[in-house]
Ligand binder design. Structure first.
Ligand SMILES: Nc1ncnc2c1ncn2[C@@H]1O[C@H](COP(=O)(O)OP(=O)(O)O)[C@@H](O)[C@H]1O
Ligand SMILES: [Mg+2]
Length: 480
C-alpha cells in the first residue's frame, strides 16, 4: 500500500518529518538535547545525519514505520536523501546525507520547495495534465480575522506601509503611534491595510485583537480554537488567570507554521497586554496601535495626511457627484485645513457632503466655523455604520480627554487660547506666574506630549493640532 502512494496523507507525514528535522537544525525545539541526533553540516544546505528510527519517531510524532516510509520517500521519490548505511534492510540506525533546496535557516522556503517538488514529481509520475492539476489546486487558506475596512479608497501612506514592513525585519514588536496625537489619525486603518497586504507574508495567520475589551488572552484562545482548530487543555490549573496564560502559551506553541502577525488595536496600557504576547521570536510579530507613547518599542509615527491626499480622500467619497469639489477648489482646501487634515474629520465630512447633494462646500465651511465641533457633520451618522472608525471627532478626542487629570485638562484648555500657531513655552509660563514651573513641565511632558495631544516643534516651542485646539476650547466652556 504505502510504498506506491504519493497522496496527501503520505506527503503530510514526509513533510512533518522534514519540518521537524529543520526545526531541530534551527534550534527551534524546546529541550532539544533529549533527541540524540548528530548533525554534521557540510554546507548550509547539506547535512550528514546520524540517528535512530526511534528518535526520529519521537521528534516527528510519527510511528517508526511511518518514519521509515518517510525517509524512503525523501530518498526514492524526492531524491534529496542519500542513504549512507552499510546494512540497509531493517536497520534501526540511520545514517544519511540530506540535501536541501535552500539554506537550512530558511525553513519556510525549504518547505515551499518541498511542496512544489512533491507536486511536480507526482504529476509527472501519474501523467496528470498540468492544467487539470492547476484547476484542482485548492485556494490557499488564510487563518485570519481581519475586520472589514470601511474605506472607499485608501489614500497615501505608501511610505508608512513600506517602513512598517521594514521595521518588522528588525523588530518583533512595532507600535503605530500618532505624531499629532489623538484618535482619527488612521492608526487602525494603517494596521488593517498592512495586514490585508501581507496575507502571503504571514502564512501562520493574522490575529486581530482588541485591547480595549481587556480580554486579549481570551481573544487569542478563541482565535486558536476557531481559526487554527487548536484545543488548549482545560484542566491546567485551578487559578483562572494562570489557566488562561497557560492556554495562551499552549496556543503559541501549537500555532500553524509560518510567520504570524498579531495586531493589538488601541492599547492604552501595555503592561496589561504584555503577559499575553508571545515571547520574542522571529516567527511572531506584534503590531500595536496606540494613542500613547511606550518606551522600548519600535515606533512608527503617523502624521496627518498631506494636503493633496486629504483632497483625494474627499474626492473619493464624492465620486457620485463629480465636479463638486473642483467647482469650489479653494474653499475645499480651506475646509481640509480647518479639519487639520485629520483622516477621520475628512472622511466624516466627505460622507456628509455625499449625503447632502445640494450643500455647497462654502456653506459647509461657514457652518463649521460657526458651530465648530458641535457641527453635526463631525459626528458619525447612523447611516455610516460601515466606517472603520467607531465614532465622530468629538468621541475620538473624548477618549484622550478622559485620561487626563484636572490639572492636565486646564493646561490643555489654556493652550487652546493661544493663536493657532507654534507657542513659545516661555509665554505659557508667563501666563501662569503662580504655578510651579516644574509641575507644568511635568504635565506637558508626561501627559500632553505622552498622549500626543501636544506636539513639540522645536526648542521650547509647542503646538496644538488645529482640531485639538477646537476641542480644548470646546471643553473650556464646561470647565470650572
Ligand atoms: N489613508 C486613509 N485613507 C482613507 N481613509 C482613511 C485613511 N486613514 C484613515 N482613514 C479613515 O479615517 C477614519 C479614522 O481612522 P482610524 O484608523 O480609525 O483612526 P485611529 O485608529 O487613529 O483612531 C477611519 O474611518 C478610516 O477608515
Ligand atoms: Mg483606532
Amino acid at each position: 500500500m504505502a510504498r506506491d502512494s504519493y497522496g496527501d496523507i503520505v506527503k503530510a507525514r514526509v513533510r512533518q518529518l522534514l519540518e521537524r528535522l529543520l526545526a531541530y537544525a534551527n534550534d527551534e525545539i524546546e529541550n532539544s538535547k533529549r533527541f540524540k541526533i548528530a548533525l554534521n553540516w557540510e554546507t548550509s544546505k547539506q547535512v550528514i545525519v546520524r540517528t535512530q528510527l526511534r528518535v526520529l519517531a519521537e521528534l516527528s510524532d510519527l510511528d517508526k514505520e511511518e518514519v521509515r516510509e518517510a525517509l524512503n520517500k525523501l530518498k526514492g521519490f524526492l531524491s534529496i536523501l542519500e542513504d549512507l548505511r552499510e546494512h540497509e534492510r531493517g536497520s534501526e540506525n540511520w545514517h544519511f546525507k540530506l540535501t536541501l533546496w535552500c539554506d537550512k535557516g530558511d525553513k519556510e522556503e525549504n518547505l515551499k520547495k518541498f511542496d512544489e517538488e512533491w507536486q511536480r514529481r507526482r504529476e509527472k509520475l501519474s501523467g496528470v495534465q498540468r492544467a487539470e492539476a492547476r484547476k484542482a489546486k485548492p485556494k490557499p487558506t488564510f487563518y485570519e480575522n481581519i475586520p472589514l475596512s470601511g474605506v472607499v479608497e485608501f489614500v497615501g501612506r505608501e511610505v508608512e506601509l513600506q517602513n512598517l514592513h521594514q521595521m518588522f525585519q528588525k523588530n518583533n514588536q512595532v507600535a503605530i503611534a500618532a505624531i499629532a496625537g489623538m484618535g482619527g489619525l488612521g492608526k487602525t486603518e494603517l494596521a488593517l491595510q498592512y495586514a490585508k497586504a501581507h496575507r502571503e507574508t504571514y502564512k501562520g495567520g493574522i490575529c486581530w485583537l482588541l485591547a480595549k475589551t481587556g480580554d486579549v488572552g481570551i481573544q487569542i484562545v478563541q482565535f486558536a480554537r476557531t481559526q487554527l482548530d487548536l484545543n488548549p487543555p482545560e484542566n491546567l490549573t485551578e487559578d483562572s488567570n494562570q489557566k488562561l496564560l497557560a492556554q495562551v502559551q499552549y496556543c503559541f506553541r501549537h500555532w500553524r507554521e509560518g510567520d504570524v502577525l498579531l495586531v493589538v488595536d488601541d492599547v492604552s496600557d501595555y503592561e496589561q497586554v504584555k503577559p499575553y504576547l508571545p515571547s520574542p521570536s522571529s516567527r511572531f510579530k506584534v503590531l500595536i496601535t496606540t494613542r500613547h507613547y511606550f518606551g522600548g518599542i519600535a515606533q512608527l509615527s503617523l502624521d496627518v495626511l498631506q494636503p493633496e491626499r486629504a483632497l483625494e480622500l474627499l474626492k473619493s467619497l464624492l465620486k457620485e457627484t463629480p465636479g463638486r469639489i473642483e467647482k469650489e477648489l479653494a474653499v475645499t482646501n480651506q475646509l481640509c485645513e480647518w479639519l487639520g487634515y485629520l483622516p477621520l474629520g475628512l472622511e466624516l465630512m466627505g460622507r456628509y457632503l455625499a449625503r447632502k447633494r445640494d450643500l455647497s462646500v462654502t456653506e459647509m465651511l461657514r457652518r463649521l466655523k460657526e458651530k465648530r465641533l458641535d457641527e453635526c457633520s463631525l459626528s458619525k451618522s447612523k447611516s455610516e455604520g460601515n466606517m472603520t472608525a467607531q465614532g465622530g471627532v468629538l468621541a475620538a478626542f473624548e477618549l484622550s480627554w478622559q485620561e487626563l487629570e484636572n490639572d492636565d485638562k486646564q493646561l490643555g484648555c489654556l493652550l487652546s487660547l493661544f493663536a493657532a500657531a507654534p507657542i513659545s513655552w516661555k509665554l505659557v509660563e508667563q501666563c501662569l506666574p503662580e504655578e510651579d514651573k516644574e509641575e507644568i513641565e511635568e504635565i506637558r511632558d508626561d501627559k500632553l506630549l505622552n498622549l500626543y495631544l501636544l506636539q513639540r516643534k522645536g526648542e521650547g516651542i509647542y503646538q496644538l493640532h488645529q482640531l485639538l485646539r477646537e476641542f480644548f476650547q470646546y471643553k473650556l466652556t464646561g470647565l470650572d
